[in-house]
Design a protein. Sequence first.
Length: 144
Amino acid sequence: MIEAIGFWGSAISGVVLLFMCVLGLRGFLGRAISAKDPASRMLARAIVCGFAAAGLNTLYWQVGGQLMIAGGITTVPGVRLVGSYLDIIFKGGGALAVYLHLAAWRLSLPPQERRRWSVFAMAFYPRGEGFLARALNGFCRRGE
């Protein structure tokens, strides 16, 4: 009984998250394509990428996977086998979304300040002290 509640609870919460991801995609896709300000456009692309990654992940694991198992179409090991390969896309999309968020933040800086920060080091902005922050800032292009 507890397993069934968790099973269906996961599927229902997945449907809710999938619906919200679709709304987010609908809301930000236009801005990701047509925003005039480069930082705004990059931020919208980051948001779209994050929602797409989360939505696809949810579609496979919580919605489609649960329903295919419940319907006897496949088994848990079958869902896991295919899902482990799809996770390269799902988790890669999430990682790309983080990168794009940091890149958008960097683009919003004044040009003089932007030259001093790499995309990866933006996680430490405005305090660039510490070994990791300085090491990540080594990736910035000084001539930009």
